[in-house]
Write a protein that binds this ligand. Structure first.
Ligand code: PEP
Length: 250
């Protein structure tokens, strides 16, 4: 059986100015000397990446971005490239978050191009997939996941440069989570699909669960088969809550 080192990643979304840097500072302090059994990543707004990295210098906590453009540079006002994120200190970038897919009408083809851009820049792509509530109610969850995997995961993905995050859209920021059985079914399905999407790499690729993960449910959610960590939104903003989730791997 392949041993997979889990990852707990925090997505700050559009939250945080300079004052919020006390949280990663606190996080790094709490984790100093702790033998972690998982990788820890925080993805603050791009404006804070360099400073977050600096306040956590010497810590095991890594910093990532929340989105990138598919191009390295060019006439794309307001966008940010994977090269720029890397230059600021990011080691990873989230692509295809449901908020980007919905609010910015991003397609899976665009998500795949962004993941490829991340790889070209030498950073890990955290590729998000997940069904809406209507799709779940219509019994289409597994079909939606298959379709998103096929179209969002570009060639060249490896277990080292790619993480897949399963985030049911209806569980994000709502306090709702699927049942353990539903998560197990979705993750087993994703694992099976990865054998085609990422030949030879699927069994060792991390599949994170995301959607209302908090300290009180982390241990249960993280113990589900094929769940190799968490992508955390709201509960990643406060170091004490984020640590409460990381504890599932201590
Ligand atoms: C997310 O935005 O990726 C997320 C999982 O949010 P929350 O943990 O707040 O549901």
């Amino acid at each position: 059986m392949t041993t997979i080192r889990p990852m707990v990643a925090g997505n700050w979304k559009m939250n945080g100015t300079t004052a919020a840097l006390r949280e990663p500072r606190l996080l790094a302090g709490i984790l100093r000397g702790v033998k972690l059994k998982c990788d820890v990543l925080i993805c603050p707004p791009a404006t804070l990446i360099r400073r977050a990295k600096s306040v956590m210098r010497g810590s095991k906590v890594k910093v990532g971005g929340q989105d990138c453009h598919a191009a390295i540079s060019g006439a794309h006002t307001g966008d940010i490239s994977a090269d720029m994120l890397k230059d600021a200190g990011a080691t990873a970038v989230i692509v295809g978050h449901s908020e980007r897919r919905t609010n910015h009408k991003e397609t899976s083809a665009q998500v795949a191009a962004k993941a490829q851009a991340a790889h070209k820049s030498g950073i890990t792509a955290i590729i998000c997939i997940g069904e809406t509530l209507d799709e779940r109610k219509a019994g289409k969850t597994l079909a939606v996941l298959s379709e998103q995997i096929k179209a969002s995961i570009p060639s060249g993905c490896t277990a080292a440069n790619t993480v897949v995050a399963y985030e049911p859209v209806w569980a994000i920021g709502t306090g709702l989570t699927p049942t353990v059985a539903e998560i197990a079914e979705a993750h087993a399905h994703i694992r099976a699909e990865l054998s085609t999407a990422m030949p030879g790499e699927g069994p060792s690729t991390r599949i994170l669960y995301g959607g209302s993960v908090k300290p009180s449910n982390a241990a249960e959610l993280m113990s589900v088969a094929n769940v190799n960590g968490a992508l955390v939104g709201g509960a990643s903003l406060k170091a004490v809550d984020f640590i409460g989730i990381i504890k599932a791997y201590l």
